[in-house]
Design a protein around this ligand. Structure first.
Ligand SMILES: Cc1cc2nc3c(=O)[nH]c(=O)nc-3n(C[C@H](O)[C@H](O)[C@H](O)COP(=O)(O)OP(=O)(O)OC[C@H]3O[C@@H](n4cnc5c(N)ncnc54)[C@H](O)[C@@H]3O)c2cc1C
Length: 453
């Protein structure tokens, strides 16, 4: 009789870890606190719930590091990625997902697996015995967060992030807005029209920036250390960094032509992306905000096309919890001081649904191999999974460690591939070719049942 594997948290990472370990023949118990204990961001008791945007980002596995991660997860029989593909929504070159059927299917697949049991309870301590994976995410419950902080000798594991508002589609004025993906990207007409665009002239943009800067914002409680992950900055923080910052970020006007005024180049464009299959909800892309609700509605209704918008959800500020993994975890994602405990997902200091699920995939396989007494070769550093896990468990600078998205900057340099614009495409292709070969080699060392297709 082999040990059971206990996984705390049935989010992106915990769900994937359970699936991988169970497919290797290990008995798994998922301990999930929802729906008994709620977080402010999760809305259901389902496993694999997407808490904010519905995007898995670029699906380009030749030119983009997150697309490559998709590819690797699919090759590894990943539950999260294969379910995402089954519930794909049109979004240009991105992989957008219909969140409700997605999490319903993840929940059903895990519950139906003969090696998996789901126990709905909160775990508040770090267990001394047995094999555990802690995949409790950015909103790790307070009790467990404190236990981890005590065990790791850290004062606090929290920092802050912000989420973007969602608008009801039928309250958007389509005589001003239009549907188009940037540069008409996408293979089908639906893909080429996946985004809803609201144009701004210079005067409106300047007034919008003034309003953002003046708006009432949620302040932090005294004594809390606030830091933001740069990929998720609130719009008002971006505006504070410079009046043009938004125009070069989420409001950039390039690759778009307004059919209502084809001869006028917009000064800035706000983009919204479909948030559900029905097309009734749109989220404002990159518009995370910590403005107070009243101020938020007022400021967002200055956007042409959104003057009468109703909001299904307003933006807000949230806590993020992550470890200083470079100092605390070994290369097998185990707590150095207590190696029966692994960590996976966002709490390890990766950022995003895809990266979190990928770290769950690795932790699940590593834990299962250890339980089964199997040799598992190190994850190849040239794969996207390997580049990321290498970064968080040692490659990153521990002193300034911040959550990380997968990107080609984490990959070992390639010899003999030219720089420049043309060179960059060649370089990315060379990275992804090398990664695929390394990943397939690593997968070939293991026997595992394939995911449900
Ligand atoms: C408000 C908010 C907005 C976000 N927006 C985005 C976004 O737009 N795009 C993106 O890619 N990422 C976003 N993220 C990050 C996102 O949470 C992660 O990318 C991803 O969900 C992390 O996966 P995970 O498995 O690590 O954590 P989660 O998916 O959060 O799963 C953790 C699970 O652990 C459970 N849990 C926590 N503590 C305990 C406990 N003590 N006992 C038992 N169960 C417990 C929770 O209920 C949850 O189900 C956002 C995060 C937050 C908080």
């Amino acid at each position: 009789m082999t040990d059971k594997l206990h996984i705390v948290g049935g989010g992106m990472a915990g769900s994937e870890a359970a699936w991988q370990a169970a497919n290797m023949g290990v008995s798994v118990v998922i301990h999930e606190m929802r729906p008994k204990v709620e977080t402010f961001a999760h809305k259901t008791g389902k496993l694999g719930e997407m808490v904010c945007s519905n995007s898995f980002r670029s699906d380009d596995h030749e030119q983009n590091a997150v697309g490559l991660l998709h590819w690797e997860m699919k090759e590894a029989g990943g539950l999260v990625i294969s379910t995402a593909y089954r519930h794909r929504l049109p979004a240009g070159g991105a992989l957008a997902v219909d969140r409700e059927p997605f999490s319903e299917e993840i929940t059903a697949q895990l519950n139906a697996h003969p090696n998996i049991e789901v126990s709905y309870e909160e775990i508040s301590e770090l267990p001394q015995d047995g094999q555990w994976i802690m995949a409790t995410g950015p909103l790790t419950s307070d009790g467990l967060g404190q236990a981890i902080a005590r065990a790791t000798g850290t004062e606090s594991l929290a920092f802050f992030d912000a989420i973007a508002p969602i608008v009801y589609a039928d309250t958007i004025d389509m005589s001003k807005a239009w549907m188009q993906s940037r540069y008409d990207k996408g293979e089908t007409e639906e893909e080429q029209r996946a985004y809803l665009n609201c144009p701004m002239d210079k005067e409106t943009y300047e007034a919008f920036i003034d309003a953002l800067l003046a708006a009432d914002k949620t302040e932090f409680h005294e004594g809390e250390t606030a830091g933001y992950f740069d990929g998720c900055l609130p719009i008002e923080v971006m505006a504070e960094r410079g009046r043009e910052t938004l125009r070069h970020g989420p409001m950039k006007p390039v690759g778009l032509t307004n059919p209502h005024e084809p001869d006028v180049k917009p000064w800035a464009v706000v983009q919204l992306r479909r948030d559900n299959a029905l097309g009734t909800l749109f989220n404002i892309v990159g518009f995370q905000t910590k403005m107070k609700y009243g101020a938020q509605k007022e400021v967002l209704r200055m956007i042409p096309g959104l003057e009468n918008a109703s909001f299904a959800r307003l933006g807000g500020i949230h806590r993020n919890t992550f470890l200083n993994s470079p100092t605390l975890l070994d290369e097998r994602m185990r707590l150095r001081t207590q190696p029966n405990i692994r960590f996976a997902g966002q709490i390890t200091g990766v950022e995003g649904y895809v990266e979190s699920a990928a770290m769950g995939l690795l932790a699940g396989r590593m834990a299962a191999a250890e339980i089964l007494g199997q040799e598992l070769p190190s994850v190849p550093q040239d794969s996207a999974h390997g580049a990321l896990v290498h970064h968080i468990t040692g490659g990153a600078e521990a002193k300034t460690f911040q959550p990380m998205n997968v990107n080609f900057g984490l990959f070992r340099p390639l010899e003999g591939v030219k720089g420049g614009r043309r060179g960059r495409r060649d370089r990315y292709k060379a990275y992804t070719d090398r990664a695929k070969e390394a990943w397939q080699g690593w997968l070939g060392t293991q026997t595992i049942a394939t995911a449900a297709e």
